[in-house]
Design a protein around this ligand. Sequence first.
Ligand SMILES: [Zn+2]
Ligand SMILES: [Zn+2]
Ligand SMILES: [Zn+2]
Length: 249
Amino acid sequence: MLVYFIGTGGSEGIPAHLCTCSTCNEARKFGFAQRRPSTLAVITENKRAVLFDVGTDIRDFLNVPLEAIFLTHWHHDHIYGLYKLRWMAKETRLYAPEGHADALILNDPKNLRPNVIKPGQTLKVDSLKITPIRLNHQIETLGYLVEEDGKSVAILYDTKGLPEETREFLKSKVPLRLVIIDATYPPDFNDPYHNNVDEAAEIGLSLAERTVLSHISHKNLPFLELVEYVRKRWKNKVLVAYDGMVFYV
Ligand SMILES: [Zn+2]
Ligand SMILES: [Zn+2]
Ligand SMILES: [Zn+2]
């Protein structure tokens, strides 16, 4: 499978409108440092697409039928793109946790076909086996373990650390090829709902061959500083996501 990072930012995106912090200023100079809200696609061996969160309008990036859409949770930065996407000309399954569901999407889903999904309820989608797992966030939130042909990827956002049951489940799958994880904040920053860079890297290193840090806020280090920080500590075992990044698993 191939993982396509369409959006790798936090809720505000980078640059945040009118913000003059060093992260946002840098992103006005270097296009690669700009970030859309969280949107991720997995392209299967059969070249079919499955979407995980829709924080942005995907039409310029992924203009193919979707096998299914999975939401991690119903925070706005993970569902914005659904308001447009629901008009697509093909019925598409939308799997999401129950808590805090968006009323507009549920009452008027157009061509989306919403389904509630619960932790541990494994689904087959094309050649993928997808298992939702519980995360630690402000509202009910699911990560996903995506498996294909003996290779596995964990999508772990939004979260602060991991619930014990999730850590145990993922440990039973070690080594994962890839962990994609919430690294919203800079080192030493403490938040009850999101990881900082060190917390995210530590989780990833304990589970996977490679870790990709994503869901990056403008409060994090500017792109080039963040890349330097990560590379010095963890070489190429930990990478910083960027919009448009593609990872072959
Ligand atoms: Zn800023
Ligand atoms: Zn969230
Ligand atoms: Zn978020």
